[in-house]
Design a protein around this ligand. Structure first.
Ligand code: SF4
Ligand code: SF4
Length: 326
């Protein structure tokens, strides 16, 4: 059978319509490192297809290359993701060494990992290294969160937030950053970020006495497990059409790939974690392996785009740091 034709306007045509083609980087300020696909959860919307059974983890050899890059190149932040990055056996070493080199570290934490065996010291470790915690929490209610992440996840996540608050995270005057990351429970766009942040703050404080600094919204990307969900539920075409229909040039201007580089567990370079999962390595003449790193070529590289990029440019935009349109 011939593959189904995609009726959605190619993403590059949308960029051309607003003079942004080709989309190019404007620097490499953030180094995002994906430590592997292992996770203690298997969420339905996971763009990484992560789970407890995944074995792909960064090897010692690749880890050394990351550390050597951090030592010789200046980045405003090291952004650690996975899977659950904390499950990598050298997670703490990577964080400590990066901090001793003067780098800020962000940890993309699913909260429940704090209760995995051997993770008891993590909150205190985060405090010692002033790690900024970006914690994913699908919603402020049990029902919606558990529907995406599995039964009992919400209660465990709230306990993790209590623990982090008890260590000073998200509390006024400590400077210990605890941000929440929300993505919708289905094939629809997130609500406006500022309004949702206010709602999360009121509800989580009122019902659970837990606190956080900022909330960032992320649009579900039509790749990996969420893409399979769209296909199975017959929603893929409608979702892509909606994303494409909401294309916003201001959001496209601010997409995160213009300012970062993403390293995979096996040492390849990508424009972002989503391209990593879609198997789209850096290209257009820029090196796609850590071994061949060249800031000169990477910081002005042309970005590899595909239909899933509409997920970053719809409405107010979406990125690991939330909305991108001013
Ligand atoms: S969404 Fe995050 S917490 Fe859930 S399976 Fe994927 S990596 Fe793990
Ligand atoms: S999916 Fe990646 S490459 Fe595409 S716009 Fe978003 S951040 Fe950039």
């Amino acid at each position: 059978m011939a593959p189904a034709q995609n009726p959605v306007l190619p993403f590059d045509d949308a960029l051309k319509s607003c003079g942004l083609f080709p989309l190019t980087a404007e620097g490499v300020s953030i180094l995002q490192v994906n430590l592997g696909r292992r996770c203690n959860q298997s969420c339905e919307h996971c763009h990484v297809d992560a789970g407890p059974g995944r074995r792909e983890m960064m090897s010692d050899g690749v880890m050394e290359k990351v550390l050597s890059l951090l030592a010789r190149e200046n980045f405003s932040a090291l952004d650690l993701t996975g899977g659950a990055p904390e499950l990598h056996p050298r997670f703490r070493e990577l964080v400590s060494r990066a901090v001793s080199m003067g780098r800020s570290v962000f940890d993309r934490c699913n909260l429940t990992v704090l209760f995995e065996p051997g993770m008891e010291d993590l909150p205190a470790f985060f405090v010692r290294h002033r790690v900024a915690v970006y914690a994913s929490l699908p919603y402020y209610r049990r029902e919606e969160t558990d529907a995406v992440r599995g039964r009992g996840t919400f209660d465990k996540s709230v306990r993790a937030l209590e623990l982090l608050n008890a260590h000073g995270y998200g509390m006024e005057g400590t400077g210990l950053e605890l941000h929440l990351v929300h993505n919708p429970a289905g094939a629809f766009f997130p609500a406006p970020q500022a309004a949702l942040e206010a709602q999360f703050k009121v509800e989580l404080e009122k019902k659970h006495r837990v606190f956080f600094n900022r909330l960032f919204t992320i649009t579900n990307m039509p790749i990996a497990r969420f893409d399979s969900f769209l296909q199975k539920s017959g929603n893929r075409e409608a979702y892509l059409t909606r994303l494409a229909g909401a294309f916003n040039p201001a959001a496209a201007k601010g997409v995160m790939c213009r300012n970062m580089i993403s390293v995979s567990w096996d040492g390849h370079l990508y424009d972002c974690d989503f391209n990593q999962m879609a198997g789209l390595k850096v290209n257009h003449g820029a090196p796609d392996r850590l071994d061949d790193w060249s800031r000169k070529l990477l910081e002005r590289r042309e970005i590899m785009t595909a239909i899933h990029c509409y997920g970053c440019t719809a409405g107010s935009g979406s990125s690991c740091g939330g909305e991108t349109a001013p």
